[in-house]
Ligand binder design. Structure first.
Ligand SMILES: Nc1ncnc2c1ncn2[C@@H]1O[C@H](COP(=O)(O)OP(=O)(O)O)[C@@H](O)[C@H]1O
Ligand SMILES: N[C@@H](CCC(=O)OP(=O)(O)O)C(=O)O
Length: 376
């Protein structure tokens, strides 16, 4: 799914900390140069690239006077404020040597949970891409608190890929793809070259990080792939240090795992991506069982007659969570009426209130259909 008007292929590339820094808590110029050379080749071929780079904490903690990567939030934030500047300085220099300008975009989750700010980030990225710049994105680590974090850059990169309507997401790590179990723990683990669906077996085989600088391990990559797939974007996962990995990844020839979207995959448009992955629900609607079943089928709105109970106070246009009478989460939707109006409508006779459409199906994202938790 691509939203840009020109014919250029848009690719989001995410690289993990261990693939950019040395063991001693410093930027590895050699690793950065290798990847930047390949990005520059893709640019020469006409690709539009958004580069999601981790490594701020890993590149900064030594200069903060620490021997190991910090675990406390203030120390991580202090390390990131040193490392982020160093990273951008290095990227700017290296890309300039290839004739390309780099720019920095630091994002917090609250920038995405506000729909206007979300659209502003997209507009900014579009201008940069159309003008041939290489935006370098990271979470704004120095100001975000744990509770309001994307948490890891795998997640951030999938959301950025959805935001810019990328054709492909490439996640580069210290491992050459997804295995059926953690290869660091199981020597017999097998590489999965093509994945069309994230099954419970795949989830069970995805473990934690193997390095002392990584965040989230394979688990967070699988969660990110689910978001990318639901946004209609295929993902490649491979090893950053393999020569020409980026060039081969875009042409489908690289060693690694290709997660392919198919006609069967749910493909959320940008409005529904925002509802599903970025909005924060302001209240809840409890609905009757028959309505739950028909919502899981496509194209079914929620009518006033489907509603058993309204929880919380919200305005018209708010995103609310839809649950069943047992509290099971069904999905998220944008309401056409305020909570007070819905309560008033529900008090009308059955015949009268049937005509009120409370949530239109275009503004509804159903977890049952996605098999993916939605909402913050
Ligand atoms: N099923 C699996 N397949 C591949 N790698 C796995 C799996 N389960 C856990 N891992 C671990 O995940 C690590 C990659 O995640 P992480 O350390 O967070 O990397 P990055 O810093 O690149 O984001 C691998 O080095 C590996 O040890
Ligand atoms: N934003 C953090 C990186 C968080 C993260 O996801 O790290 P990684 O697992 O190495 O991709 C930083 O720049 O240090």
């Amino acid at each position: 799914m691509s939203t840009q008007l020109n014919n250029k292929k848009r690719v989001v590339i995410k690289v993990g900390s261990s693939s950019l820094t040395s063991r001693h808590g410093e930027i590895s110029r050699r690793k950065l140069e290798k990847l930047a050379d390949e990005v520059a080749k893709l640019k020469d071929e006409g690709y539009e690239i958004v580069f999601v780079s981790s490594g701020a904490v890993a590149a900064g903690y030594r200069k903060l006077g620490l021997i190991d990567r910090p675990t406390s939030l203030p120390e991580k934030q202090a390390a990131a404020s040193i490392g982020q500047g160093l990273l951008i300085e290095a990227y700017s220099e290296i890309f300039l040597s290839h004739g390309y300008i780099a720019s920095q975009i630091l994002i917090t989750r609250s920038d995405f949970s506000d729909e206007n700010r979300y659209n502003n980030v997209r507009n900014t990225l579009n201008v940069l891409l159309e003008r041939g710049i290489i935006p370098i994105v990271n979470e704004n680590d120095t100001v975000t608190v744990d509770r309001l974090k994307f948490g890891d850059n795998d997640n951030l990169s999938a959301k950025v890929a959805g935001l810019v309507g990328a054709e492909q997401l490439i996640i580069l790590s210290d491992i050459d793809g997804l295995y059926d179990s953690d290869p660091r723990k199981n020597e017999a683990a097998k590489l999965l070259e093509k994945v069309y669906e994230i099954t419970p077996e795949i989830e069970a085989g995805a473990g934690e990080t193997g390095s002392h600088v990584g965040t989230g391990g394979m688990k967070s990559k699988i969660d990110a792939v689910k978001i990318a797939m639901a946004s209609g974007i295929s993902t490649f996962l491979g090893k950053a240090s393999i020569p020409n990995i980026l060039i081969d990844a875009v042409s489908g020839k690289a060693k690694g795992t290709y997660f392919e979207v198919t006609d069967e995959t749910v493909n959320l448009n940008q409005k529904r991506q925002w509802i599903a992955f970025h909005s924060g629900p302001k209240g809840e609607l409890v609905i009757y069982q028959p309505a739950k079943l028909s919502i899981a089928d496509h194209n079914h709105s929620i009518y006033s007659s489907d509603i058993m109970k309204v929880k919380g106070q919200f305005n018209k246009g708010a995103v609310i969570r839809i649950i069943d009478e047992n509290g099971e989460r069904i999905g998220l939707g944008v309401v056409n009426y305020s909570s007070d109006e819905i309560i008033k409508i529900s008090k009308q006779t059955e015949k009268e209130h049937e005509k009120y459409e409370i949530v239109h199906f275009d503004d509804l994202v159903c977890e049952l259909e996605l098999s993916l938790p939605v909402g913050l």
